[in-house]
Design a protein around this ligand. Structure first.
Ligand SMILES: Cc1cc2nc3c(=O)[nH]c(=O)nc-3n(C[C@H](O)[C@H](O)[C@H](O)COP(=O)(O)OP(=O)(O)OC[C@H]3O[C@@H](n4cnc5c(N)ncnc54)[C@H](O)[C@@H]3O)c2cc1C
Length: 155
């Protein structure tokens, strides 16, 4: 594994990111490599590790849709390579806190796309976010979750 926590690399349609890499940076790495699927993540503040913990999502997509696997450390200090399904990602939830895992690395599987289209979607989502959220002010983050059954595409 690479040193530090904020590395990111792209190979064969996979974006591999250290847990400390900003999620927005991971989304931009994908864009630069003409890979689609992480556009939704470009405007979500925080790190890749934090995004896995809560299965971050927005505008109809979420980490669960693109995560292939993750490297975690157990409370006993063992390093495990887990498939995405093993993290039981749900609406803004995962088993990571309950299991006491520390996320070390994530691998996202993305589809080849058109750079212009990816950029257009990122710009569109950024504009929609800007329209609804006063991004010029400090924020303490989200407090509420949507209720079960309520459309979650704008969360
Ligand atoms: C303006 C604004 C807009 C937002 N919009 C969205 C949105 O559209 N969609 C969305 O889903 N969220 C959104 N959020 C919420 C926020 O972006 C997420 O909570 C974020 O994914 C958390 O990541 P973080 O790195 O900041 O984690 P932190 O806040 O630092 O930590 C969150 C939790 O994860 C744990 N954690 C962090 N890193 C690791 C790790 N490597 N291993 C194990 N546990 C870890 C921490 O211990 C803590 O319990 C928004 C927040 C703000 C302020």
């Amino acid at each position: 594994m690479e040193h530090g926590w904020n590395y990111g690399r792209v190979q064969n349609g996979l974006v591999t990111a250290g847990a400390g890499l900003l999620l927005s940076r991971a989304a931009h790495l994908a864009f630069e490599a003409s890979l689609e699927g992480l556009e939704f993540a470009a405007g979500i503040p925080g790190t890749v590790g934090g995004a896995l913990v809560m299965n971050a999502g927005a505008y109809g997509s979420e980490i669960k849709a693109v995560l292939v696997s993750a490297k975690v450390m157990t409370p006993q200090g063992e390093t495990l390579d887990l498939k995405a399904e093993e993290l039981k990602l749900g609406y803004r939830s995962s088993i990571i806190p309950e299991a006491g895992y520390v996320v070390l690395e994530a691998v996202f599987g993305l589809k080849p796309g058109e750079k212009d289209g990816i950029e257009a979607r990122m710009k569109d989502l950024a504009a929609r976010r800007k329209e609804k959220q006063p991004l010029e002010y400090p924020s303490a983050g989200s407090t509420f979750k949507r209720r079960r059954g309520i459309l979650q595409e704008n969360s």
